[in-house]
Design a binder for this molecule. Structure first.
Ligand code: 6GU
Length: 246
């Protein structure tokens, strides 16, 4: 997947894009992420990317012109741009369904906001989607863009081994993960549950499912309610939509 990011803080992305899963995906040519400094498309001596809001009020607004010039230069024409996403707290909440949809795109353009936002005409003319990563306020869209890139990249073919991808089944299932243990069998007076060492695969599966249900009921009752609805619908209509995909 080809990824372009427009930001006034390109340095923000250096660590995340080089590290771990994203770094490996880039080395193997599975993602080609290019981070562009929005100031490259400023023309004044101060290289200013922001200006005061029309109508007054606190803070500054990112100017539209550098965005339009950047997109024209990167793709030749505004209408030749790939799926374009503005990261903004006013956007639609990112979830695994949207992540999976984006992972099917050949390319994406991510626009990172700062200050009080981006001139509305950038949203109007360029954004296919506006995306938020949660109900809290960040200083800008950069951290959110990193989150989106990591979530999408790990779904690209060849990025993860089978063992890792299998763990996806659990979230796609709509319940939170069951607890995991590794050696030693006891530490700090805490023992690994006996059933996990029993060798009884059926009992292990049943225990894990119970644990996932209990954990989901406790921390995410909203997810549990949706899981129950989907399961009921799937039982009524066994040939219907795959109930797993959230
Ligand atoms: Cl995408 N941007 C900002 N500034 N804050 C956020 C966000 C994005 N998502 C959640 N909070």
């Amino acid at each position: 997947m080809r990824l372009d990011v427009l930001t006034i803080f390109p340095g923000y992305f250096a660590g995340p894009l080089e590290t771990s899963l994203l770094g490996r995906a880039a080395e193997r040519g599975l993602v080609d992420a290019r981070v562009h400094d929005l100031r490259r498309w400023t023309h004044d001596v101060h290289r200013s990317v922001d200006d005061a809001p029309y109508g007054g009020g606190a803070g500054m607004v990112l100017k539209p012109q550098p965005f339009f010039d950047a997109v024209s230069e990167l793709y030749g024409d505004l209408d030749a741009r790939p799926r374009t996403i503005v990261l903004t707290p006013r956007g639609r909440l990112l979830d695994q369904r949207l992540v999976a949809e984006l992972a099917a795109e050949p390319a994406m353009l991510l626009l990172c906001g700062r200050y009080e936002g981006i001139d509305e005409r950038v949203h109007t003319r360029l954004a296919h989607d506006e995306v938020s990563i949660g109900d809290y306020v960040l200083a800008g869209g950069e951290a959110a863009a990193c989150v989106l890139i990591e979530a999408v990249t790990r779904l690209l073919p060849g990025v993860m081994g089978n063992a890792e991808s299998a763990t996806d089944e659990s979230f796609a299932d709509g319940l939170l993960e069951h607890p995991q243990y590794t050696r030693p069998p006891e530490i700090e007076g805490l023992a690994v549950p006996e059933v996990l060492r029993s060798g009884d695969h059926g009992a292990v599966e049943a225990w894990r499912h119970e644990q996932a249900l209990a954990r989901t009921a406790e921390v995410r009752p909203d997810l549990l309610a949706r899981w129950r609805e989907r399961r009921a619908a799937a039982r009524q209509d066994p040939m219907g939509e795959d109930p797993r995909v959230d």
